[in-house]
Design a protein around this ligand. Structure first.
Ligand code: ATP
Length: 228
């Protein structure tokens, strides 16, 4: 099985609010390589992807990707792999690039352990590979604020891919791009995903993304998943 998720996560209501808290309750098993998650704002899509990436911990449940267990609350002690140990390429909605690091250093960041920033030189071979593959070599020494939206998106994708991830988790990766760039970036991701045969979990509202990547499509609504 490619994706096997059984998860619960609750956020309590804010003290100063009468609104109820939020509860995510997910059961998803899919053997497809390309899974698209869609659904209205606040449905829990980003929360779900962060739980898989290990940036949030579920209250209980189990997360398996490609038969590898990343989280299991029923084991003793609870199995909860750290984000780096999960070997997942995660791209957040706003890319999360470090403004004080160059393009090359941002990509190399995925390869570093600990808190030290990657050096400006030399360029690790894996970083050079992805700079080249995503047409970023001329921008290697530029800073994120000197890049267009499409270039920033490619840097974020390169940083996710440089670790040779077991799967890609992309949270609305094309949302900040205009129509033409979006079509280009979509084609690029399509090509890379096929070439690397990487399982892909993509959050998107865009019908073109659903058509291109939605081998399986799930709709999240108020913390619950519905097929299609
Ligand atoms: N750390 C947190 N503490 C409390 N509540 C949270 C926290 N993170 C998310 N929530 C709540 O969980 C719910 C789901 O949020 P989430 O960001 O997962 O939605 P989403 O479907 O990704 O929305 P969007 O499409 O707008 O990005 C929201 O009601 C949000 O307020």
């Amino acid at each position: 099985m490619m994706f096997e998720l059984t998860l619960k996560k609750s956020f309590p209501a804010h003290d100063d609010s009468t609104a109820a808290g939020f509860c995510l309750d997910i059961h998803l098993t899919s053997d497809q390589h390309r899974v698209v998650l869609t659904g209205p704002s606040g449905a829990g899509k980003t929360t779900l992807i962060k739980l898989i990436a290990g940036l949030l911990s579920p209250d209980c449940g189990k997360i398996c990707l490609r038969e590898r267990v990343l989280f299991d609350s029923s084991s003793t002690p609870v199995l909860n792999l750290a984000p780096a140990a999960r070997r997942l390429g995660y791209v957040s909605q706003h890319y999360g690039l470090f403004p004080h690091l160059t393009v090359q250093q941002n990509i190399a960041f995925g390869l570093t352990t600990g808190w030290r920033n990657p050096p400006r030189h030399p360029c690790p071979p894996a970083v050079g590979h992805w700079l080249e593959a995503l047409a970023l070599t001329p921008l290697a020494q530029a800073y994120p604020n000197q890049l267009s939206g499409g270039q920033q998106q490619r840097v974020a994708l390169a940083r996710a891919l440089v670790i040779q991830p077991d799967a890609l988790l992309l949270d609305e990766p094309f949302a900040a791009l205009d129509h033409d760039l979006r079509a280009q970036a979509r084609a690029e991701l399509d090509r890379l995903q096929r070439q690397l045969a990487l399982p892909l979990l993509l959050i998107s509202h865009d019908p073109d993304d659903l058509a291109q990547f939605g081998e399986a499509v799930y709709r999240l609504q108020q913390g619950r998943l519905h097929a299609g």
